[in-house]
Design a protein around this ligand. Structure first.
Ligand SMILES: Cc1cc2nc3c(=O)[nH]c(=O)nc-3n(C[C@H](O)[C@H](O)[C@H](O)COP(=O)(O)OP(=O)(O)OC[C@H]3O[C@@H](n4cnc5c(N)ncnc54)[C@H](O)[C@@H]3O)c2cc1C
Length: 254
């Protein structure tokens, strides 16, 4: 079973501060990491490999050095990594075309795995776009994946309902964070991963000449949240009653 996992290097959103005067996020000095749900995708790929044998290749498109982050995925148990360098201004179209070109170059694959969405931009577009470009079936929002010999059976999490679907190979699957608990590599695994190959491919080596972004991010602004600072100072029973009443009016309680 050959599996390609698309894993995105993102800024650690929990470390972002918003400049109160401009409302703009301060990104300088914010550490980078692999998007959380992509680690679930890597974990799932490794579990499938442990069951069926095969190879797990992690693939990332990034404009900055992604080697250090990718090493963590190799330590988890992925066999090989591919980093595609991309231009500074890349939109969904550019990134998906580069991912698709790299997957085609990797070649012999049964499953392409990714996260349901990245933790920074959270568009959830990449999986469906990639499946379209590769011309393969897709199962999105999978919270359980059973890779059988000739087909994959997956449970899709769609809110109140769970939908079970099956597909032949090759197939693209995006996973939710509920699917598993990503393993923490041991020191031995970290040391052993140092010799695993990390391939760096340019756009040109993929036969991709020029890609023009079609979309532009116009502005990124922090959402300001203001507290109402309401204090109920009546006796406890009365205060609780008023609090419940206020929460109901706000739509927090029904
Ligand atoms: C090099 C580079 C330059 C960029 N420049 C700009 C810019 O100038 N302006 C701007 O507005 N935006 C820019 N972006 C953002 C870019 O448009 C989005 O990051 C990208 O299209 C994915 O959107 P998303 O994060 O919402 O992914 P989603 O669709 O939410 O991601 C779903 C899943 O797709 C996979 N995936 C997504 N992105 C990648 C990736 N890069 N590598 C591997 N797997 C991935 C992961 O499995 C992820 O969990 C840039 C991104 C990159 C990588």
């Amino acid at each position: 079973m050959n599996i390609v996992v698309c894993a995105k290097q993102v800024i650690d959103v929990s470390e972002i501060k918003v400049d109160p005067s401009t409302k703009k996020p301060v990104l300088q000095g914010v550490p980078l990491k692999i998007s959380d749900i992509d680690k679930n995708a890597v974990e799932e790929a490794i579990r499938i490999k442990e069951k069926h044998g095969g190879k797990v290749t992690v693939l990332t498109v990034s404009s900055s050095d992604a080697k250090e982050r990718v090493k963590e995925l190799l330590a988890m148990g992925a066999d090989e990594a591919v980093i595609v360098s991309a231009p500074e201004n890349a939109d969904y179209d550019v990134v998906s075309k580069l991912l698709a070109a790299a997957i085609k170059k990797i070649g012999d694959y049964d499953i392409v795995l990714g996260g349901e969405a990245s933790i920074d931009l959270f568009s959830g577009q990449m999986g469906p776009r990639l499946a379209g470009l590769l011309g393969i079936p897709q199962i999105t929002y999978a919270r359980k994946v059973d890779a059988e010999k000739d087909k994959v059976v997956a449970e899709r999490d769609v809110g109140d309902v769970v939908v079970t679907m099956e597909s032949p190979y090759p197939v693209l699957i995006t996973v939710t964070k509920e699917i598993n608990e990503p393993r923490l590599p041991s020191l031995m695994q970290i040391l052993a991963s140092a010799n695993k190959p990390i391939n760096e491919w340019s756009m040109e080596s993929l036969g991709v000449k020029e890609l023009t972004p079609k979309m532009e991010t116009v502005e990124v602004k922090g959402v300001s949240m203001e507290r109402k600072n309401i204090v109920y100072q009546d006796d406890v029973d009365e205060a609780v009653e008023k609090l419940v009443d206020s929460l109901a009016k706000e739509g927090v309680l029904r």
